[in-house]
Design a protein around this ligand. Structure first.
Ligand code: GLA
Length: 387
Protein backbone atom coordinates (compact mmCIF):
# COMPACT_ATOMS: atom_id res chain seq x y z
CA UNK A 1 0.00 0.00 0.00
CA UNK A 2 1.30 3.41 -0.92
CA UNK A 3 0.89 5.28 2.38
CA UNK A 4 1.99 8.58 0.82
CA UNK A 5 -0.86 8.41 -1.67
CA UNK A 6 -3.21 7.63 1.18
CA UNK A 7 -1.99 10.65 3.14
CA UNK A 8 -2.28 12.93 0.10
CA UNK A 9 -5.83 11.80 -0.47
CA UNK A 10 -6.60 12.34 3.21
CA UNK A 11 -5.33 15.92 3.04
CA UNK A 12 -7.20 16.59 -0.20
CA UNK A 13 -10.43 15.39 1.45
CA UNK A 14 -10.07 16.86 4.92
CA UNK A 15 -7.30 19.48 4.73
CA UNK A 16 -4.13 19.76 6.80
CA UNK A 17 -5.89 20.31 10.13
CA UNK A 18 -4.11 21.00 13.41
CA UNK A 19 -2.99 17.49 14.26
CA UNK A 20 -1.36 14.76 12.23
CA UNK A 21 -3.49 11.75 11.28
CA UNK A 22 -2.55 8.27 12.49
CA UNK A 23 -2.49 5.13 10.36
CA UNK A 24 -3.92 1.79 11.52
CA UNK A 25 -4.10 -1.60 9.80
CA UNK A 26 -6.22 -4.75 10.20
CA UNK A 27 -5.55 -7.82 8.03
CA UNK A 28 -7.94 -10.09 6.18
CA UNK A 29 -7.93 -13.78 7.07
CA UNK A 30 -7.82 -17.18 5.48
CA UNK A 31 -9.37 -20.08 7.34
CA UNK A 32 -7.26 -23.25 7.15
CA UNK A 33 -10.05 -25.52 8.39
CA UNK A 34 -13.23 -25.35 10.51
CA UNK A 35 -15.86 -23.88 8.22
CA UNK A 36 -19.36 -22.95 9.42
CA UNK A 37 -18.48 -24.23 12.87
CA UNK A 38 -18.03 -20.85 14.59
CA UNK A 39 -21.70 -19.90 15.01
CA UNK A 40 -22.25 -23.45 16.24
CA UNK A 41 -19.85 -22.94 19.12
CA UNK A 42 -17.25 -25.17 17.48
CA UNK A 43 -13.55 -24.94 16.65
CA UNK A 44 -11.90 -22.94 13.87
CA UNK A 45 -8.31 -22.58 12.68
CA UNK A 46 -7.83 -19.36 10.71
CA UNK A 47 -4.84 -17.08 10.24
CA UNK A 48 -4.36 -13.40 9.42
CA UNK A 49 -3.09 -12.49 5.95
CA UNK A 50 -0.68 -9.90 4.62
CA UNK A 51 -3.57 -8.10 2.88
CA UNK A 52 -6.00 -5.95 4.79
CA UNK A 53 -7.56 -2.57 5.44
CA UNK A 54 -5.60 0.60 6.21
CA UNK A 55 -7.32 3.40 8.07
CA UNK A 56 -5.84 6.87 8.21
CA UNK A 57 -7.76 8.91 10.74
CA UNK A 58 -7.74 12.00 12.93
CA UNK A 59 -9.95 13.49 15.64
CA UNK A 60 -11.57 16.83 14.88
CA UNK A 61 -13.37 19.46 16.89
CA UNK A 62 -16.43 20.18 14.74
CA UNK A 63 -18.46 17.23 15.98
CA UNK A 64 -18.80 15.62 12.56
CA UNK A 65 -17.78 12.05 11.73
CA UNK A 66 -16.56 11.88 8.14
CA UNK A 67 -15.62 8.77 6.20
CA UNK A 68 -14.47 7.88 2.72
CA UNK A 69 -12.67 5.04 0.98
CA UNK A 70 -10.02 4.71 -1.71
CA UNK A 71 -11.90 1.62 -2.97
CA UNK A 72 -15.49 2.81 -3.22
CA UNK A 73 -17.13 6.06 -4.28
CA UNK A 74 -19.04 8.26 -1.85
CA UNK A 75 -18.32 10.29 1.26
CA UNK A 76 -20.35 10.34 4.45
CA UNK A 77 -20.62 13.08 7.07
CA UNK A 78 -22.81 12.51 10.13
CA UNK A 79 -23.09 14.45 13.40
CA UNK A 80 -21.45 12.53 16.24
CA UNK A 81 -24.23 13.56 18.63
CA UNK A 82 -27.15 12.09 16.64
CA UNK A 83 -28.16 8.38 16.55
CA UNK A 84 -26.27 6.55 13.82
CA UNK A 85 -28.38 4.98 11.12
CA UNK A 86 -27.86 2.19 8.61
CA UNK A 87 -27.11 3.38 5.07
CA UNK A 88 -28.90 0.90 2.77
CA UNK A 89 -26.37 -1.76 1.83
CA UNK A 90 -23.45 0.67 1.62
CA UNK A 91 -19.96 -0.17 2.94
CA UNK A 92 -20.37 2.72 5.44
CA UNK A 93 -22.44 0.28 7.52
CA UNK A 94 -19.32 -1.54 8.72
CA UNK A 95 -17.64 1.45 10.40
CA UNK A 96 -21.01 2.96 11.38
CA UNK A 97 -22.07 -0.30 13.02
CA UNK A 98 -18.86 -0.29 15.06
CA UNK A 99 -19.29 3.36 16.10
CA UNK A 100 -22.82 2.48 17.17
CA UNK A 101 -21.43 -0.25 19.41
CA UNK A 102 -19.39 2.37 21.28
CA UNK A 103 -22.56 4.46 21.73
CA UNK A 104 -24.42 1.37 23.01
CA UNK A 105 -21.68 0.94 25.62
CA UNK A 106 -22.28 4.49 26.82
CA UNK A 107 -19.32 6.23 25.19
CA UNK A 108 -19.82 9.72 23.79
CA UNK A 109 -18.54 9.97 20.22
CA UNK A 110 -16.77 13.02 18.88
CA UNK A 111 -15.88 14.25 15.45
CA UNK A 112 -13.31 12.36 13.40
CA UNK A 113 -12.09 12.00 9.84
CA UNK A 114 -11.48 8.55 8.43
CA UNK A 115 -10.16 7.36 5.10
CA UNK A 116 -10.12 3.61 4.43
CA UNK A 117 -8.04 1.78 1.83
CA UNK A 118 -8.01 -1.97 1.37
CA UNK A 119 -6.00 -4.41 -0.69
CA UNK A 120 -8.20 -7.46 -0.03
CA UNK A 121 -10.18 -8.30 -3.15
CA UNK A 122 -13.85 -7.50 -2.43
CA UNK A 123 -16.26 -10.38 -2.07
CA UNK A 124 -13.36 -12.84 -2.07
CA UNK A 125 -14.34 -14.36 1.28
CA UNK A 126 -11.09 -13.17 2.87
CA UNK A 127 -12.94 -11.00 5.40
CA UNK A 128 -12.61 -7.51 4.03
CA UNK A 129 -15.67 -6.57 6.11
CA UNK A 130 -14.25 -7.91 9.38
CA UNK A 131 -11.00 -6.07 8.71
CA UNK A 132 -12.90 -2.77 8.24
CA UNK A 133 -14.83 -3.40 11.45
CA UNK A 134 -11.84 -4.34 13.56
CA UNK A 135 -9.61 -1.52 12.30
CA UNK A 136 -12.44 0.92 13.07
CA UNK A 137 -12.96 -0.51 16.56
CA UNK A 138 -9.21 -0.35 17.29
CA UNK A 139 -8.95 3.26 16.07
CA UNK A 140 -12.06 4.54 17.85
CA UNK A 141 -10.96 2.78 21.04
CA UNK A 142 -7.79 4.88 20.93
CA UNK A 143 -9.53 8.13 19.92
CA UNK A 144 -12.09 7.88 22.72
CA UNK A 145 -9.51 6.58 25.24
CA UNK A 146 -12.10 3.87 25.82
CA UNK A 147 -9.51 1.37 27.04
CA UNK A 148 -11.49 -1.68 25.94
CA UNK A 149 -9.50 -4.85 25.51
CA UNK A 150 -9.06 -6.49 22.12
CA UNK A 151 -11.52 -9.31 22.83
CA UNK A 152 -14.19 -6.75 23.61
CA UNK A 153 -13.43 -4.87 20.36
CA UNK A 154 -13.67 -8.16 18.46
CA UNK A 155 -17.09 -8.92 19.98
CA UNK A 156 -18.30 -5.41 19.16
CA UNK A 157 -17.13 -5.82 15.57
CA UNK A 158 -19.10 -9.06 15.25
CA UNK A 159 -22.16 -7.39 16.76
CA UNK A 160 -21.79 -4.50 14.26
CA UNK A 161 -21.97 -7.01 11.43
CA UNK A 162 -25.19 -8.50 12.86
CA UNK A 163 -26.86 -5.16 13.50
CA UNK A 164 -25.71 -3.00 10.58
CA UNK A 165 -24.87 -5.52 7.82
CA UNK A 166 -27.62 -8.05 8.66
CA UNK A 167 -25.31 -11.10 8.55
CA UNK A 168 -25.60 -13.39 11.60
CA UNK A 169 -21.93 -14.31 11.38
CA UNK A 170 -19.89 -16.16 13.97
CA UNK A 171 -16.82 -14.68 15.60
CA UNK A 172 -14.07 -16.36 13.57
CA UNK A 173 -13.27 -13.54 11.14
CA UNK A 174 -13.12 -10.70 13.64
CA UNK A 175 -11.12 -12.91 16.02
CA UNK A 176 -8.52 -13.86 13.41
CA UNK A 177 -8.24 -10.28 12.20
CA UNK A 178 -7.75 -9.07 15.78
CA UNK A 179 -5.64 -11.85 17.33
CA UNK A 180 -3.70 -13.24 14.37
CA UNK A 181 0.07 -13.48 14.65
CA UNK A 182 2.82 -13.83 12.08
CA UNK A 183 3.42 -17.47 11.11
CA UNK A 184 0.74 -18.73 13.49
CA UNK A 185 -2.84 -19.91 13.07
CA UNK A 186 -5.47 -19.19 15.70
CA UNK A 187 -6.92 -22.38 17.18
CA UNK A 188 -10.12 -21.04 18.68
CA UNK A 189 -12.98 -22.52 20.64
CA UNK A 190 -15.79 -20.23 19.48
CA UNK A 191 -17.98 -21.01 22.47
CA UNK A 192 -15.54 -20.23 25.29
CA UNK A 193 -13.22 -17.97 23.20
CA UNK A 194 -10.32 -19.94 24.64
CA UNK A 195 -7.59 -19.86 21.99
CA UNK A 196 -4.04 -20.89 21.24
CA UNK A 197 -1.66 -19.60 18.60
CA UNK A 198 -0.22 -22.60 16.77
CA UNK A 199 2.97 -22.21 14.70
CA UNK A 200 2.38 -22.96 11.04
CA UNK A 201 5.61 -24.48 9.81
CA UNK A 202 5.35 -25.77 6.27
CA UNK A 203 8.88 -26.70 5.21
CA UNK A 204 8.95 -26.92 1.41
CA UNK A 205 5.24 -26.08 1.20
CA UNK A 206 3.16 -22.93 1.12
CA UNK A 207 -0.40 -21.70 1.19
CA UNK A 208 -1.87 -20.59 -2.11
CA UNK A 209 -5.13 -18.69 -2.02
CA UNK A 210 -7.06 -18.94 -5.28
CA UNK A 211 -9.93 -16.61 -6.08
CA UNK A 212 -12.84 -17.92 -8.18
CA UNK A 213 -13.67 -14.29 -9.03
CA UNK A 214 -17.29 -15.30 -8.86
CA UNK A 215 -19.50 -12.58 -7.40
CA UNK A 216 -21.09 -13.95 -4.27
CA UNK A 217 -24.66 -12.85 -5.10
CA UNK A 218 -27.17 -14.12 -2.55
CA UNK A 219 -24.45 -15.28 -0.17
CA UNK A 220 -25.71 -13.33 2.86
CA UNK A 221 -29.24 -14.71 2.78
CA UNK A 222 -27.95 -18.25 2.13
CA UNK A 223 -25.58 -17.82 5.07
CA UNK A 224 -28.42 -16.83 7.40
CA UNK A 225 -30.41 -19.79 6.08
CA UNK A 226 -27.61 -22.18 7.16
CA UNK A 227 -27.51 -20.56 10.62
CA UNK A 228 -31.28 -21.18 10.94
CA UNK A 229 -30.93 -24.81 9.75
CA UNK A 230 -28.31 -25.47 12.43
CA UNK A 231 -30.61 -24.01 15.08
CA UNK A 232 -33.32 -26.39 13.90
CA UNK A 233 -30.93 -29.33 14.32
CA UNK A 234 -30.03 -28.14 17.83
CA UNK A 235 -33.69 -28.02 18.83
CA UNK A 236 -34.13 -31.66 17.79
CA UNK A 237 -30.90 -32.88 19.38
CA UNK A 238 -31.83 -31.07 22.60
CA UNK A 239 -34.42 -33.77 23.16
CA UNK A 240 -31.56 -36.25 23.72
CA UNK A 241 -28.76 -34.08 25.10
CA UNK A 242 -28.92 -30.85 27.00
CA UNK A 243 -27.08 -28.96 24.25
CA UNK A 244 -27.46 -25.37 23.11
CA UNK A 245 -25.20 -25.64 20.07
CA UNK A 246 -24.05 -28.36 17.69
CA UNK A 247 -20.42 -27.82 18.64
CA UNK A 248 -21.10 -29.45 21.99
CA UNK A 249 -21.89 -32.84 20.43
CA UNK A 250 -19.35 -35.53 19.69
CA UNK A 251 -19.49 -37.34 16.37
CA UNK A 252 -20.38 -40.53 18.29
CA UNK A 253 -23.42 -38.91 19.93
CA UNK A 254 -24.58 -37.55 16.60
CA UNK A 255 -24.09 -40.90 14.91
CA UNK A 256 -26.26 -42.60 17.51
CA UNK A 257 -29.13 -40.14 17.37
CA UNK A 258 -28.96 -38.69 13.86
CA UNK A 259 -32.15 -40.49 12.80
CA UNK A 260 -34.15 -38.32 15.16
CA UNK A 261 -33.56 -35.51 12.66
CA UNK A 262 -36.21 -36.54 10.15
CA UNK A 263 -35.45 -33.89 7.53
CA UNK A 264 -32.49 -35.22 5.49
CA UNK A 265 -31.30 -31.69 4.67
CA UNK A 266 -31.12 -30.64 8.33
CA UNK A 267 -29.40 -33.95 9.15
CA UNK A 268 -26.75 -33.29 6.49
CA UNK A 269 -26.14 -29.79 7.82
CA UNK A 270 -25.58 -31.14 11.33
CA UNK A 271 -23.34 -33.91 10.00
CA UNK A 272 -21.11 -31.33 8.38
CA UNK A 273 -20.77 -29.20 11.50
CA UNK A 274 -20.05 -32.10 13.83
CA UNK A 275 -17.59 -33.82 11.50
CA UNK A 276 -15.87 -30.52 10.64
CA UNK A 277 -15.40 -29.82 14.32
CA UNK A 278 -13.57 -33.12 14.70
CA UNK A 279 -11.51 -32.36 11.58
CA UNK A 280 -10.23 -29.16 13.17
CA UNK A 281 -8.97 -31.07 16.21
CA UNK A 282 -7.33 -33.66 13.98
CA UNK A 283 -5.81 -30.99 11.73
CA UNK A 284 -4.24 -29.15 14.67
CA UNK A 285 -2.67 -32.35 15.93
CA UNK A 286 -1.38 -33.13 12.41
CA UNK A 287 0.25 -29.72 12.21
CA UNK A 288 1.79 -30.09 15.65
CA UNK A 289 3.49 -33.31 14.56
CA UNK A 290 4.40 -31.88 11.13
CA UNK A 291 2.12 -34.33 9.35
CA UNK A 292 1.34 -32.17 6.32
CA UNK A 293 -0.03 -35.11 4.33
CA UNK A 294 -2.58 -35.74 7.07
CA UNK A 295 -3.38 -32.04 7.26
CA UNK A 296 -3.95 -31.87 3.50
CA UNK A 297 -6.24 -34.93 3.56
CA UNK A 298 -8.38 -33.21 6.20
CA UNK A 299 -8.59 -30.09 4.01
CA UNK A 300 -9.86 -32.25 1.14
CA UNK A 301 -12.40 -33.95 3.40
CA UNK A 302 -13.57 -30.57 4.65
CA UNK A 303 -14.30 -29.40 1.12
CA UNK A 304 -16.15 -32.60 0.33
CA UNK A 305 -18.42 -32.12 3.33
CA UNK A 306 -19.00 -28.43 2.54
CA UNK A 307 -19.97 -29.49 -0.96
CA UNK A 308 -22.15 -32.52 -0.19
CA UNK A 309 -23.52 -31.93 3.30
CA UNK A 310 -23.49 -28.18 3.78
CA UNK A 311 -24.01 -27.28 0.10
CA UNK A 312 -22.19 -23.96 0.16
CA UNK A 313 -19.65 -24.51 -2.61
CA UNK A 314 -21.05 -24.24 -6.14
CA UNK A 315 -19.43 -25.16 -9.44
CA UNK A 316 -16.76 -22.47 -9.39
CA UNK A 317 -15.30 -23.45 -6.01
CA UNK A 318 -15.69 -27.17 -6.76
CA UNK A 319 -13.88 -26.81 -10.08
CA UNK A 320 -11.05 -24.79 -8.62
CA UNK A 321 -10.59 -27.38 -5.87
CA UNK A 322 -10.84 -30.28 -8.31
CA UNK A 323 -8.20 -28.76 -10.61
CA UNK A 324 -5.94 -28.07 -7.63
CA UNK A 325 -6.22 -31.62 -6.31
CA UNK A 326 -5.01 -32.97 -9.66
CA UNK A 327 -1.63 -31.26 -9.30
CA UNK A 328 1.07 -33.56 -8.00
CA UNK A 329 2.42 -31.11 -5.43
CA UNK A 330 -0.99 -30.32 -3.87
CA UNK A 331 -1.51 -31.89 -0.45
CA UNK A 332 -4.91 -30.32 0.21
CA UNK A 333 -7.43 -27.92 -1.30
CA UNK A 334 -10.68 -26.53 0.04
CA UNK A 335 -12.98 -23.55 -0.09
CA UNK A 336 -12.36 -20.99 2.66
CA UNK A 337 -14.85 -18.60 4.30
CA UNK A 338 -18.61 -18.61 3.85
CA UNK A 339 -18.56 -20.17 0.37
CA UNK A 340 -20.94 -19.52 -2.56
CA UNK A 341 -17.97 -18.08 -4.44
CA UNK A 342 -14.88 -16.42 -3.01
CA UNK A 343 -11.59 -18.27 -2.52
CA UNK A 344 -10.01 -21.65 -1.99
CA UNK A 345 -6.97 -22.34 0.19
CA UNK A 346 -4.39 -24.84 -1.04
CA UNK A 347 -1.41 -26.51 0.57
CA UNK A 348 1.10 -26.73 -2.27
CA UNK A 349 4.74 -27.80 -2.66
CA UNK A 350 6.95 -24.72 -3.21
CA UNK A 351 8.52 -26.30 -6.28
CA UNK A 352 5.09 -26.85 -7.87
CA UNK A 353 3.72 -23.31 -7.44
CA UNK A 354 4.21 -22.24 -11.04
CA UNK A 355 2.78 -25.43 -12.44
CA UNK A 356 -0.12 -25.10 -9.99
CA UNK A 357 -1.01 -21.59 -11.08
CA UNK A 358 -0.66 -22.35 -14.74
CA UNK A 359 -2.56 -25.63 -14.88
CA UNK A 360 -5.26 -24.79 -12.35
CA UNK A 361 -5.81 -21.40 -14.02
CA UNK A 362 -6.05 -23.03 -17.42
CA UNK A 363 -8.40 -25.81 -16.33
CA UNK A 364 -10.64 -23.37 -14.47
CA UNK A 365 -10.80 -21.02 -17.47
CA UNK A 366 -11.68 -23.89 -19.75
CA UNK A 367 -14.40 -25.35 -17.54
CA UNK A 368 -15.90 -22.17 -16.06
CA UNK A 369 -14.96 -19.39 -18.45
CA UNK A 370 -13.57 -17.18 -15.69
CA UNK A 371 -10.03 -16.11 -14.84
CA UNK A 372 -8.87 -17.32 -11.38
CA UNK A 373 -6.44 -15.15 -9.40
CA UNK A 374 -3.72 -16.62 -7.19
CA UNK A 375 -2.01 -15.16 -4.12
CA UNK A 376 0.71 -16.62 -1.98
CA UNK A 377 -0.71 -16.48 1.54
CA UNK A 378 1.72 -15.02 4.07
CA UNK A 379 0.55 -15.45 7.63
CA UNK A 380 0.77 -12.04 9.28
CA UNK A 381 0.01 -10.10 12.47
CA UNK A 382 -3.43 -8.92 13.58
CA UNK A 383 -4.74 -5.35 13.97
CA UNK A 384 -2.16 -2.69 14.83
CA UNK A 385 -1.18 0.95 14.68
CA UNK A 386 1.34 1.60 11.94
CA UNK A 387 2.08 5.30 12.38
C1 GLA B 1 -18.05 -16.16 7.15
C2 GLA B 1 -18.47 -15.70 8.55
C3 GLA B 1 -17.73 -16.49 9.63
C4 GLA B 1 -17.82 -17.98 9.41
C5 GLA B 1 -17.47 -18.34 7.95
C6 GLA B 1 -17.74 -19.79 7.64
O1 GLA B 1 -16.72 -15.83 6.91
O2 GLA B 1 -18.26 -14.31 8.72
O3 GLA B 1 -18.23 -16.13 10.91
O4 GLA B 1 -19.07 -18.47 9.76
O5 GLA B 1 -18.22 -17.55 7.03
O6 GLA B 1 -16.89 -20.60 8.37
Amino acid sequence: MDLNRLKERFVSLYGNGNNKPSVFFAPGRVNLIGEHTDYNGGYVFPCALQYGTYLIARKNTDGIIRMASMNFPGELAVPSSKPLEKQGDHWFNYPLGVLDQFVKKGFVLHGMEMLFAGDIPNGSGLSSSASIEVVTAFTVNEFLSADLDLIELIKMSQEAEHAFAGVNCGIMDQFAVGMGEKNHAVFLNCHTLEYKLVPVLLPGYCLIVANTNKKRGLADSKYNERVAECNEAVNLMKLHFGIDRLGEMSFMQFFKFQDSIADPVIRKRARHVISENQRVLNAVSCLLKSDLIGFGALMNASHESLRDNYEVTGKELDTLVDEAQQINGTLGARMTGAGFGGCTVNLVKESAIEEFMEKVGKGYRKRIGLEATFYKGEISDGVRKIQ
